[in-house]
Ligand binder design. Structure first.
Ligand code: CO
Length: 249
């Protein structure tokens, strides 16, 4: 039996319908001109040059630095913080590579079904056996601020819906704060407290507690103004501290 391709005699697709090869995807004509391309190239060159200097300096001060890290990481703390470029986890805590496990997203949200965040938490607790999980918000958080306005930013508005929930739950307290910056900072604090609770409500943390593994969840907030962390006092280390509605054992 002879099979024929019904499209055999059609002209090859062009424009948007044309098949895009790997090469075609990367051969994007740059209509912004050679100056733009040169600037980007220089930026990337600087990134690689800085990386080389950093790696060389690390080996100069400790010749076995990378070989030791390659063999093992043993962080005792998981940091769940904001993606904000001004809140670099390792630098703030003065911790070297290998000493801190990190998950960051916009406005440090721990959402019940976020497989990304839950996977980081599960690996940190079950495999790395971290002793502490810290949820770290920060004052002046753009994500929190955006969640307090009616301005549309795009897809991220769906993510920031979680912050809007926190805003609604604490509407009376927040409305009483007249200064918009202070109101935003208070919502950032309340958001941390709710995300600490969300960490505690996961099967991951409750399973650890049930088998007798010590894990303590903390809520901290960072100030861009002075570079200091504040402990919000949200410290949870036992299922007795969470509402019975969320208890899994
Ligand atoms: Co932020």
């Amino acid at each position: 039996m002879v099979t024929t391709n019904p499209r055999e005699n059609e002209p090859p697709p062009t424009g948007r319908d044309a098949p895009r090869t790997f090469k075609a995807l990367h051969a994007c004509p740059d209509r912004r001109g050679p100056c733009y391309a040169t600037r980007v190239s220089r930026l990337l060159d600087e990134c690689f040059a800085a990386n080389r200097r950093w790696a060389d300096a690390a080996v100069a001060s400790d010749p076995k630095f990378f070989s030791r890290l390659e063999a093992l990481q043993s962080p005792d703390l998981l940091w769940i913080g904001c993606s904000d470029s001004r809140v670099p986890a390792n630098e703030i805590l003065g911790r070297a590579p290998g000493e801190l496990f990190v998950h960051r997203n916009v406005a440090n949200v721990v959402e019940h079904t976020d497989v990304n965040c839950l996977s980081v938490l599960q690996y940190a607790v079950d495999v790395l056996k971290v002793k502490h999980v810290v949820v770290v918000g920060h004052y002046g958080c753009g994500g929190v601020r955006a969640a307090m306005t009616s301005q549309r930013l795009g897809l991220i508005d769906n993510w920031l819906r979680h912050i809007r929930d926190v805003h609604l739950w604490h509407r009376d307290e927040l409305t009483a704060i007249t200064d918009p910056d202070a109101r935003c900072d208070r919502l950032a604090e309340l958001n941390v407290e709710h995300q600490v609770a969300n960490v505690c409500h996961t099967t991951i943390v409750q399973d650890a507690w049930q088998r007798g593994q010590a894990v303590t969840i903390h809520g901290w907030i960072y100030s861009l103004a002075d570079g200091l962390l504040r402990d919000l006092g949200a410290v949870v280390s036992s299922p007795d501290q969470i509402p019975p509605e969320y208890r899994l054992f």
